[in-house]
Design a protein around this ligand. Structure first.
Ligand code: TRP
Length: 446
């Protein structure tokens, strides 16, 4: 359709800031930390790094190649190279965006609330009870509406004037905050126990299938892969951009922030003797253990806590933007709506769906599991097959702007064989266990 008038990023840094902004978010700080604690420390980190390099990076480059080549939103981009029978896959991407953004925004709403409280009344005296009170029901819903509202305003502003303008400021700020907090954490007495836990790989810990599944899901979620977010952002790239370099930069930044998040979270928690709080709870870990630590540090804790929650908000916002942009760009291209109309109608529907996640933590948890352990992995599997086997000339599409093509054979091999096999094995294990959890929720046995 209107390819000629399609918006483009204002600068290559603008694209990078937006793509890193999409990748870096609650997944790096909240999800990565609690999974690392729950799944046995450094062994999980090593697996996650392995999945990022061997599975995440090839799929990321596949999405960038599809997006830039077609210059279209996901549904149209798949049809462009594969014909109309690939459109349902694009529709699945859009549906996945709906589900993820709906619950993601509820969690982001919690972080907004914690930051506001750090500013006004300080850290909660009893974080466990506090989290119970604010994480479900009307309070959670109101903050979710607020967060969705801000996300919608930015996306309504458009690619350069909305998304790019916010990302250029937000990303450097997030890096500064995360590095600052990690440096502060290093000065705490007892930080050493946290580092030892985090960095000592006890490889036998990683040998269970459950840990492998979690590491794979986390690599996809953290890189925003498997639902066309990176594809959509790449559709606004000029033809001469260096896609392999962009992919490597995004993957390194994403892993870097997750790694740094561990360097802030674990020393703080171990220095204050709270390690059991983290491994006991799952979803709520960060929102209970860290405020406990912050409140027992007194005045400094309030400042560090505020900085920490601001970093979470900034990361969540730039990620939420990318999720909404997938849905909006597909609606604009597919139904011919204006951007504004797409933002308000689709954003409104997503806000409504989020009510379910705000209503109950159990529902939120199941939405997270269905999205991560199934939808994103099916999406990544299909993308690898599509670019590896179906797309007529991936070499010709990835080549412009990239230095040499010596890596092409390796990339194609990973997409054709390694990624599909690995993801099929992971799905084989994750589908039944997720279905059981879903069943428990529906029958109320949870
Ligand atoms: N990657 C983001 C995070 O780590 C979340 C996210 C944004 C995402 N866009 C996505 C996840 C698309 C999956 C797909 O917080």
């Amino acid at each position: 359709m209107a390819t000629a008038s399609r918006e483009q990023w204002g600068s290559s840094f603008g694209f990078l800031a937006a793509a890193v902004g999409s990748a870096v978010g609650l997944g790096n700080m909240w999800r990565f930390s609690y999974l690392t604690a729950e799944k046995g420390g450094a062994a999980f980190v090593v697996l996650y790094l392995l999945f990022t390099a061997l599975v995440g990076l090839p799929v990321l480059l596949a999405e960038l190649t599809l997006g830039r080549g077609a210059g279209k939103s996901p549904i149209e981009a798949l049809a462009h190279y594969g014909g109309p029978r690939w459109k349902p896959l694009g529709a699945l991407f859009v549906a996945t965006g709906f589900v993820i953004l709906a619950y993601y925004s509820v969690i982001a709403g919690w972080t907004v609330r914690y930051a506001l409280e750090a500013l006004t009344v300080g850290m909660p005296a009893d974080p466990g009870a506090h989290f119970g009170a604010i994480s479900e029901g009307l309070p959670a819903f109101l903050f979710h509406i607020f967060f969705m509202g801000v996300t919608m305003l930015i996306v309504a502003g458009g690619v350069t004037k909305g998304i790019e303008r916010v990302s250029i400021v937000a990303m450097p700020m997030l890096f500064a905050l995360v590095i600052g907090i990690a440096l502060y954490a290093a000065t705490l007495d007892g930080a050493g126990a946290g580092y030892r836990y985090y960095l000592n790989a006890e490889i036998s810990n990683a040998l269970s299938m459950d840990v492998v599944v979690s590491a794979a899901g986390q690599a996809f979620f953290s890189l925003s892969l498997g639902m066309g977010a990176m594809l959509t952002f790449a559709s606004y790239l000029p033809r001469d951009s260096n896609l392999p370099a962009e992919a490597v930069t995004v993957a390194l930044s994403d892993f870097g922030v997750a790694f740094l998040a561990g360097l802030m979270v674990f020393p703080i928690i171990f220095a204050l003797g709270l390690q059991n709080d983290v491994s006991d709870s799952t979803l709520g870990a960060l929102f209970v253990a860290l405020p406990k630590a912050f409140s027992s540090m007194g005045g400094v804790g309030r400042v560090i806590g505020l900085a920490f929650f601001i970093a979470l908000i900034v990361g969540a916002l730039t990620s939420a933007i990318s999720l909404l942009e997938v849905v909006v760009s597909a609606t604009v291209d597919g139904l011919g709506w204006t951007r504004r109309r797409a933002v308000f109608v689709m954003g409104g529907l997503i806000t409504g769906l989020g009510a379910a996640a705000a209503w109950s933590l159990a529902i939120l948890d199941v939405m997270d599991q269905v999205a991560n352990n199934i939808l994103l992995l099916v999406g990544g599997f299909s993308l690898a097959i599509f670019v590896g086997w179906v797309m007529p000339d991936p070499r010709g599409e990835v080549e412009p702007g990239s230095p040499g093509l010596g890596w092409f054979g390796g990339w194609r091999f990973l997409l054709r064989y390694v990624v599909p096999v690995v993801l099929a094995i992971v799905l084989w294990h994750s589908v039944p266990s997720t279905a059981v959890n879903l069943w428990k929720l529906v029958t109320g046995e949870g």
